[in-house]
Ligand binder design. Structure first.
Ligand code: AMP
Length: 465
């Protein structure tokens, strides 16, 4: 699957911090070590500025982000305004510029923000940190002198804090002001998307040095466009999530229903669609084959359902979306890629026929309900082979989903007999791997060996979803 969303590596959680939603495996330093700014070994000018301005202990977002950013990784960070995120991106970025002086490189760091006020605030904080150093910082926003801003590029202004609109205008005059850019920071990306800056930001990013580091900050991960933007601008990145999904989506109830097999799941799905109250429902499947296969029996059972998947051409997709939007059909069976960014009012229930392949896909899916502060329910159907995947997602989100029994269709599978501390089943993986091994043992015959060294026919291209 050629989707970059799967290139995400989750940064391990710090042991005793309560803010994060990722697993504790290994940590670059202990919490005690990180409880002071001095543990980051920042450039002396930055350390002095912190002390002078009374900053003693890093906030959680600073504890998690600074070490990862110092090593020049691409990061997607979910952190709310007021969490200390400005220092979280300024400190490592300025440190990397200060320890490697290059006064003729032009602009080396660019911070894009949604509003002039925020740009001004970050600009002042940046000035404070760079006081007494040879690095200079510039502010570029609308409503200010255009010529003066244009001159900033000529004067090798190392750090620029800006709103996207004016940068875009300047780009039309100067073709390559960011060819040496070392770090691109997108702050409050969710707000930039809400304000319609998506295309501007993408165009600016395309004009930046390809080998730069990119840091994307957003108050939420569940915003329809944030993960999409991360895929496009960051490509490979690490995720640091400071708020739990429960914090982000308190109005969405998340349930799981255990199932014996796919046939049982189909019965559960039909029952739920008949008995739950909703205006519109979205059913997710991991494959287009399964999505198509689910739709016919539902229709036969009198459910007004249709299917949406990546194999359909754009015209057909639009027709289906219109049927769903207008309420001609009220159940849409879809695959992940087809449903990315889908923003339709009135989706009150999301059913995962299969457990999504990872936590990011889970977030994408459940974000389709509970939009514009409506309430929503998500129900994931889980069979025994999917238990560990589900447990991994719960652990990733630091959340325990509500276990729901449907009496009318009670099955045999009630969860694994023994569970590890992680919530995964004891021995589950081993059994599945043994099974796989059995399937994978293929007999090699002599006549097959004769083809060794011969040219193979080209493999047909398989498109994702
Ligand atoms: P921000 O989320 O970056 O807008 O920061 C919110 C406020 O927290 C600002 O007033 C910062 O000056 C302040 N702040 C940021 N980091 C720290 C820290 N480590 N200790 C105390 N205050 C901080």
């Amino acid at each position: 699957m050629g989707n970059t969303a799967y290139n995400v590596r989750i940064i391990p959680n710090l042991p005793s911090l309560n803010y994060t939603m990722t697993e504790t495996t290994s940590t670059p330093a202990t919490v005690a070590e990180l409880s002071d700014f001095s543990s980051f070994n920042l450039h002396s000018a930055l350390q002095e500025a912190l002390t002078k301005n009374g900053f003693e202990k890093p906030t959680p977002v600073q504890q998690r982000t600074i070490p990862a950013s110092l090593t020049r990784q691409n990061l997607l960070v979910s952190a709310k305004t007021g969490s200390g995120k400005t220092l979280a991106f300024l400190l490592p970025t300025l440190h990397n510029l200060l320890i490697n002086p290059n006064y003729y490189a032009g602009t080396r760091a660019l911070v894009l923000v949604p509003t002039r006020e925020l740009a001004q605030q970050i600009f002042l904080q940046c000035q404070q940190l760079l006081d007494g150093t040879a690095l200079n910082v510039g502010l570029i926003t609308g409503g200010e002198d255009f010529k003066k801003q244009q001159n900033m590029f000529r004067k090798n202004t190392a750090v620029i804090i800006a709103t996207p609109g004016r940068i875009l205008e300047l780009l039309t005059l100067d073709t390559a002001p960011f060819e040496n850019l070392e770090t691109l920071i997108l702050d409050e990306a969710d707000r930039m998307l809400d304000m319609g800056f998506s295309e501007d930001v993408l165009t600016i990013a395309k004009n930046c040095n390809e080998n730069r580091q990119t840091l994307l900050f957003s108050a939420t991960l569940t915003h329809a466009g944030v993960l999409k933007m991360a895929d496009k601008v960051l490509k490979k990145y690490e995720l640091i999530a400071l708020n739990t999904l429960r914090d982000e989506l308190p109005h969405i109830q998340q349930q799981i229903v255990l199932a014996d097999d796919n046939a049982h799941k189909q019965q559960l799905l039909a029952w739920l669609l008949k008995n739950e109250t909703f205006e519109k429902a979205l059913v997710f499947s991991n494959s287009r084959l399964q999505a198509t296969a689910l739709c016919d029996p539902l229709r036969a059972a009198g459910v007004r359902a249709t299917v949406l998947h990546g194999d359909m051409d754009q015209k057909e997709r639009q027709r289906v979306m219109k049927l769903f939007r207008d309420g001609v059909v009220n159940v849409l069976v879809a695959t992940d890629l087809a449903a990315r960014g889908l923003d339709i009012k009135g989706i009150q229930i999301v059913i995962n026929f299969e457990v999504p392949r990872n936590g990011i896909n889970y977030i994408h899916r459940i974000g389709r309900t509970g939009r514009s502060d409506e309430t929503g329910v998500t129900i994931t159907l889980v069979k025994h082979t999917e238990w560990n995947l589900m447990a991994g997602i719960e652990r990733f989100l630091r959340q325990s989903f509500i276990r729901r029994n449907i009496k009318e269709l009670a099955g045999k599978f009630q969860g694994p007999k023994k569970l590890k501390a992680s919530g995964k089943s004891v021995g589950g993986k081993k059994k599945i791997e043994e099974k796989k091994e059995k399937v994978e043992k293929v007999k090699v015959r002599d006549r097959d060996k004769k083809n060794v060294g011969k040219r193979r026919a080209p493999t047909p291209k398989v498109t994702a979803e």
